[in-house]
Design a protein. Structure first.
Lengths: 263, 788
């Protein structure tokens, strides 16, 4: 690590002010950022820890029935506290990393980072979630902008994420054997007005919605509806752990399994 | 009744109290007053000429004590290789200089280019970033077959080619083997890769160098499996420090698996630099450094042919292997694909004619050396895979084909130089059939199929040569050291015992199992006996722990030393009991005169030895301490049969291991619990190799599996509950304990059965897949199914 200062504000307003300094950076659970610092791949002058901000913690249900999760809420807390309201989301949180990661890593950190193999982006996109920041609300459809890239501005803090609760949902995560991130993860959410399918791990452009599957499943929510569909391997990630054709294939397998598990 | 102490009992591992409570003392726990820290600047390209290194800006940075480059090490020796292999034309292998710090040329990613010694690690690291390198990159040599081609870029310009040696074994059999293959009724051919692995011990390597001006004494604290070997290699060959001025200490070591046998540049550096800066110098490897500087394992590319007559009797085996050495020869690198591999190609079978060809290749990659099993897993894998393929081609049962060809009479002289002293392969196979419930497989397969899964059963046998090694034999084969071991049994005045052993325990449980042997011999409780190891200033000598040799070789030395102690104690007892030594018997810690009720306790005799008031001083010296060196007469030959049952998900290619069974013959067993644990760990590593672990380079020589994000280690939930058995025991005929060694069996015996099981599963699903290279990741299995 290079040397840096650290601040631990207790309100969002103070955090936003602290983040205005040059090269200041928000620190969530540090599960991505700290390893990056240790490898000297980033050199912030100041870290602003969000973990002491009470208003960014915890899970609640809004007046419209949406599950609202504070931006600094850990995966472990989501897996416990969202279970009664949005079991599909809680189940996803309970399979991120290992207990140490889940007890530190946060939803805000995960969505801000937008790792192409991360789990939460699939849930947020498939749920049509709203990413709430210190100064605006961003629809998930507008938020994810490719690998490690989001609509967030410099110094903008995710304070809350609102998930409309679907009638049925399931996340199927096929593990990358080494990291156990998603080699391919598919989140299927069925709402009264249609089905949304979001895919993580697969595309070189990060999380995306599978429109053909959504159309087919909105008409008939059954795995066999997908039999005739195929995901194009073009633009899929190819690496040590799988070719683009394999990832495209897994998108379909996982989508079908998610539908089976959700229905 | 199971025993609760002595040989055959399973007392819990006493060392675990400190390991599990965080009270272990590892090398990184050693911090010495005035200590400095070194940060190594490591190459991030695989192959380059170093035009210049400018350290001037770095040297001016805060906290920098001194910066070293290759030029500082010109006057000292290179890192030596401990084994000279002679090629099939009678010429010695090509042996390039292996500098402590790269000098003139960079030959692999991770090679040390400069070393910054600083007051703090952070300061040293900061300064390293200010070092300016002027490099001219060269094409990287990565693929072994391309490296062998004429006109390939050379890893070492001063060598004639990238071929370290082209070895033939047994060269005299070459023509006869060729002829037998021509004449065979059936030949099965298989090309396969034995994947490159990173050992990944839980504790990364650490070295702390210390120098005392007042007595010109060097001390190296290091994570080693064999401190005396490091003292010899580093003292005599690299730094020119005589043994009496060099102490090497390897305290608690958190796993070795072979990769901590070798003498590494970082050890020589810390020892050298401690004198140069006149302060202790400490290096603690990061995990990232470990990936690119710990010697890797395996990495063979092999073609094997198995010839059979019309009745499926094996008539000949011929192999051609390319074995990766990496950029330099690590300590035992040259011996692994040759003497630890070719000599095992007979396996458990009476194949009369065998020819093994190995081309050892230099490439721009991290050096490759022994990793749990070392050569023997590579031999077992190809042989047991080709037998499985042959059974399929011939339409015969793979177990029956093996049985038909088993060696059944012992001693058995193989056509590849070694002689098996004893064994019973039928017994372990029969035991395996029982514990693996092979009879119940068909029903389990039907059940899996109902759930949409393909189920496969894979079986293999293995044999290994352990207890390395008879010194006169290995000397003829090119070893530059003897491979005996030593122990001192020091009896204290009140009867407790310290045993100083040359074996080093880094997970094997010696502190528990070695006292069981002494306890059995003398009849005093195990808690009266302690094992001392890991410090050249405390133990007589020792070649260390690897090759499943600790008990077979060092344990034998300990038995011999204890016998000397007992003989002397009997003389003292005879004096105290006024009897003749020949009539003295030792049992349960009591010396008695045969046929009488006269006796004296162990503690009274030992006290007499140290307080010799009533003592035969004219005949024997006071004190009770004896040392023995033991050089084995032969290798030992543990053997066994393993079975793996897998389920394959036909939609994703994901393999899960449903059952794993191992029936081993380790000869006599001192502590069955520890032996089971060794087998468990070995299987985990074998399964890791078969399904998960893959050390991969790209064509530029960049290590692309350089962290746990991409290098998959086996986790507990990748493994089933194993069923292991070591009740088949044919005691080794030539060592005093009748033991064979168990440390590597699991890693040697498991990969083929996993692959055999996956092939069986796919075939059962109508997929004509005959081979998949390890690791059989989901994507590889899926590709194989798709291409079938
Ligand atoms: C061993 C391991 C396994 C893992 N496995 C998985 C897995 O299976 N699936 C998965 O999805 N993830 C996985 N992760 C990643 C983990 O979920 C991280 O916690 C997450 O990606 C980042 O969250 P964090 O709170 O730790 O963020 P940090 O590391 O603190 O920060 C990450 C980035 O987000 C920014 N940031 C943090 N919080 C906010 C905020 N509220 N507003 C704006 N910006 C913010 C930071 O400035 C930084 O740029 C794993 C991590 C590890 C170490």
């Amino acid at each position: 690590m290079y040397a840096f200062d650290i601040e631990r504000p207790s309100t969002i307003a103070d955090a936003v002010t602290a983040l205005q300094g040059e090269d200041a950076q928000a620190l969530g659970g540090g599960q991505t950022l700290i390893p990056t610092l240790k490898q000297r791949l980033a050199a912030p002058s100041k870290l602003v820890s969000l973990s002491g901000i009470g208003e960014m913690q915890g899970v609640c249900v809004g007046d419209d029935g949406a599950v609202c999760i504070g931006g600094a809420t850990t995966h472990a807390t989501v897996s416990r506290e969202a279970a009664a309201h949005y079991p599909g989301l809680a189940a996803l949180a309970s399979h991120i990393g290992d207990p140490a990661v889940r007890n530190r890593g946060t939803i805000g950190g995960s969505l801000a980072n937008n790792d192409p193999a991360a789990c939460y982006p699939a849930a947020a996109l498939a749920s049509g979630a709203t990413i709430v920041t210190n100064n605006r609300e961003i629809a998930a459809d507008d938020y994810f902008q490719g690998m490690f890239s989001t609509a967030l501005d410099e110094g903008e803090v995710i304070t809350e994420v609102r998930f409309p609760v679907p009638q049925a949902a399931n996340y199927q995560k096929f593990l990358q054997p080494a990291s156990r991130f998603a080699l391919v993860g598919v989140f299927v959410a069925k709402y009264a007005d249609g089905v949304r399918v979001a895919v993580t791990g697969a595309s070189e452009n990060g999380v995306f919605r599978w429109a053909e599957a959504e159309a087919a499943l909105s008409a008939d929510f059954s795995a066999s509806t997908l039999d005739g569909l195929n995901m194009d391997a073009d633009g899929m990630i190819a690496d040590l752990h799988g070719s683009s054709a394999y990832r495209a294939h897994l998108v379909k397998v996982n989508t079908k399994r998610a539908v089976d598990a959700a229905s | 009744m199971p025993k609760d102490s002595g040989i055959g009992a399973s007392p819990k591992r006493r060392e675990d109290v400190r390991f599990l409570t965080g009270a272990g003392k590892y090398t990184d726990d050693i911090n010495i007053y005035g200590q400095t820290y070194v940060h190594f600047l490591r190459a991030d390209v695989a192959h380059a000429t170093i035009n210049s290194i400018d350290t001037s800006a770095a040297a001016a940075m805060p906290g920098v004590v001194q910066i070293f480059t290759g030029a500082d090490f010109e006057a000292v020796g290179g890192i030596p290789c401990g084994w000279q292999v002679t090629d099939r034309f009678g010429e010695p292998m090509q042996e390039p200089r292996h500098p402590v710090i790269a000098h003139g040329t960079i030959r692999h990613v991770g090679e040390i280019v400069a070393a910054v010694v600083g007051e703090t690690l952070a300061q040293a690291r900061d300064a390293a970033e200010a070092i300016v390198l002027d490099l001219t990159e060269k094409p990287a040599v990565v693929d072994m077959k391309a490296a062998a081609a004429d006109g390939s870029t050379k890893v070492h310009d001063d060598l004639t080619s990238n071929i370290c040696y082209d070895w033939g074994f047994v060269e005299e059999n070459r023509d006869a083997v060729d002829q037998a293959i021509k004449d065979a009724a059936h030949v099965t051919t298989l090309e396969l890769v034995n994947n490159r692995l990173v050992a990944n011990p839980m504790e990364p390597r650490v070295a702390v160098g210390e120098y005392s001006r007042s007595d010109d004494m060097h001390t190296l604290h290091t994570t080693s499996q064999n401190p005396h070997v490091i003292r010899l290699l580093m003292g005599a060959f690299v730094l020119g420090i005589p043994e009496h001025k060099l102490r090497v200490v390897a305290p608690d070591v958190g796993g070795g698996f072979g990769t901590k046998i070798f003498h590494y540049a970082e050890e020589a550096f810390c020892t050298f630099a401690a004198k140069a800066v006149n302060r202790p110098v400490k290096w603690t490897s990061t995990r990232s450094e470990a990936f690119m500087s710990d010697a890797h394992g395996r990495d063979h590319v092999t073609k094997i042919e198995l010839a059979m007559d019309a009745d499926n009797n094996f008539t000949a085996v011929r192999t051609e292997t390319y074995a990766n050495m990496g950029a330099y020869l690590s300590t035992f690198a040259s011996s692994v694909p040759t003497w630890l591999h070719g000599t095992l190609m007979a396996g458990n079978y009476k194949t009369p004619l065998i020819y093994v060809n190995v081309k050892a290749m230099f490439t721009n990659t991290v050096p490759v050396d022994a990793y749990r099993g070392a050569g023997r897993p590579e031999a077992t894998f190809q042989l047991e895979r080709v037998i499985d393929k042959a059974a399929r081609e011939r339409g015969v049962d793979p177990i029956a084909l093996r049985r038909q060809n088993f060696v059944t009479e012992f001693p058995y002289a193989t056509p590849v130089a070694v002689e098996y002293d004893t064994g019973d392969y039928e017994a372990t196979m029969a035991k395996l059939e029982e514990i693996a419930d092979i009879g119940g497989f068909a029903a389990r397969r039907a059940e899996s199929e109902k759930n949409g899964k393909l189920r496969g059963l894979g079986v293999n046998c293995y044999i290994e040569a352990c207890g390395i090694a008879p010194s006169n034999l290995v000397g003829q084969l090119g070893a530059r050291a003897g491979l005996y071991d030593a122990a001192t049994v020091r009896v204290n005045a009140t009867g407790s015992i310290s045993v100083m052993v040359g074996a080093h325990s880094h997970g094997q449980g010696h502190e528990t199992s070695f006292p069981q042997v002494i306890s059995e011999m003398i009849g005093i409780p195990e808690d009266q006996i302690d094992i001392v190891h890991g410090d050249t200033s405390k133990i007589p000598f020792g070649m260390g722990t690897y090759g499943s040799r600790s008990l077979a070789v060092c344990g034998s030395a300990m038995v011999r030393a204890a016998e000397k102690v007992i003989n002397k104690a009997k003389k003292i007892a005879a004096h105290l009991l006024e009897a003749s030594d020949a009539d003295i018997e030792l049992k349960d810690g009591q010396f008695s005169v045969a046929g009488t009720d006269k006796s004296v306790a162990w503690g009274d005799v030992t006290l007499a030895a140290y307080v010799p008031h009533n003592y035969p001083l004219e005949d024997i010296e006071p004190g009770l301490e004896e040392t023995a060196f033991y050089d084995p007469a032969n290798f030992t030959y543990p053997a066994g049969a393993y079975a793996c049952e897998v389920e394959v998900d036909p939609d994703t290619g994901k393999v899960t291991i449903e059952r794993f069974s191992a029936a081993d013959d380790f000869g006599n067993v001192i502590n069955p619990m520890i032996v089971s644990g060794q087998v468990h760990g070995g299987i985990a590593q074998g399964v890791g190799q078969a399904l998960l672990e893959n050390c991969a380079y790209d064509e530029d020589g960049q290590l692309i599996s350089a962290s746990y994000m991409d290098y998959a280690m086996p986790r507990a939930d990748d493994l089933p509950f194993y069923s292991v058995d070591h009740s088949c025991q044919t005691p080794c005929t030539h060592n005093p304990l009748g033991v064979k060694g168990c440390g590597e069996a699991g890693a040697i015996g498991s990969p083929p059965s996993v692959v055999n099981a996956v092939i069986d599963a796919l075939q059962s699903g109508g997929k004509n897949v005959t081979h998949i290279d390890m690791p059989m990741s989901p994507s590889r299995v899926w590709e194989a199914m798709n291409n079938a």
